[in-house]
Design a protein around this ligand. Structure first.
Ligand SMILES: [Zn+2]
Length: 204
């Protein structure tokens, strides 16, 4: 976080905050009525004696009871995370990587850990050792984990659409159909196996 001008209070995350950056809509509305929209408006004046910048307390916005507790927890979480305003502009970074930039490899590890707290799966090393661009490896991971946006995947997330396979238009579009069973893709696999001089048999 920099000067806090772009970070909407109660909505936008700050570094290392997990889910603690979220506030209920009615508290955000109450803060808005008090002119607090961004984190820069929520900063308490720098204390002259101690010289550090802290965060405002709920009592200054007329909040009581549970709402007061929720907002004070928010202020304390900011302090615990050592979040302070500075003169730089706010910047969105990928906090999984120490350098703040995204890479497919770190993206994979993060997804893999999130998905089931697995440290590693059997094919991970095999795929990562292949001599091909990282985006290809990441795509292979998506296929194996059934995370490609085929229609069955999209419909579970309330996308509307025909649902049939984009190639043959004869079956529902699932990951296994599109990459293993579709008549069009079977021709591709057949040509590949002929070129490579190997035999493949599909199961299931
Ligand atoms: Zn098909």
């Amino acid at each position: 976080m920099g000067n806090g001008q772009k970070l909407r209070i109660g909505r936008d995350p700050w570094v290392g905050c997990d889910q603690q950056h979220l506030l209920p809509a009615h508290i955000i509305a109450q803060l808005g009525q008090n002119g607090v929209f961004s984190l820069c408006h929520f900063a308490a004046p720098v204390q002259e004696v101690f010289g550090f910048q802290s965060w405002r307390r709920a009592s200054s916005f007329g909040l009581v009871g549970q709402d007061e507790q929720i907002l004070d927890n928010y202020s304390r979480a900011l302090e615990r995370a050592h979040i302070h305003l500075n003169l730089q502009e706010d910047l969105l970074i990928w906090d999984v990587d120490p350098g703040g930039s995204y890479s497919p490899k770190i993206g994979y590890i993060k997804l893999s850990v999130d998905e089931g707290n697995r440290e590693e799966v059997w094919w991970w090393r095999k795929i990562w050792k292949l001599q091909c661009p990282p985006k290809v490896k990441l795509f292979m991971w998506c296929v194996l984990e059934k995370k490609v946006p085929t229609w069955d995947f999209l419909q579970k997330r309330n996308f509307q659409g025909p649902g049939w396979c984009v190639l043959c238009k004869m079956s529902n579009e699932t990951c296994s159909h599109l990459f293993l069973n579709c008549p069009y893709i079977l021709k591709v696999w057949n040509e590949c196996t002929k070129l490579l001089g190997v035999q493949c048999r599909w199961h299931g």
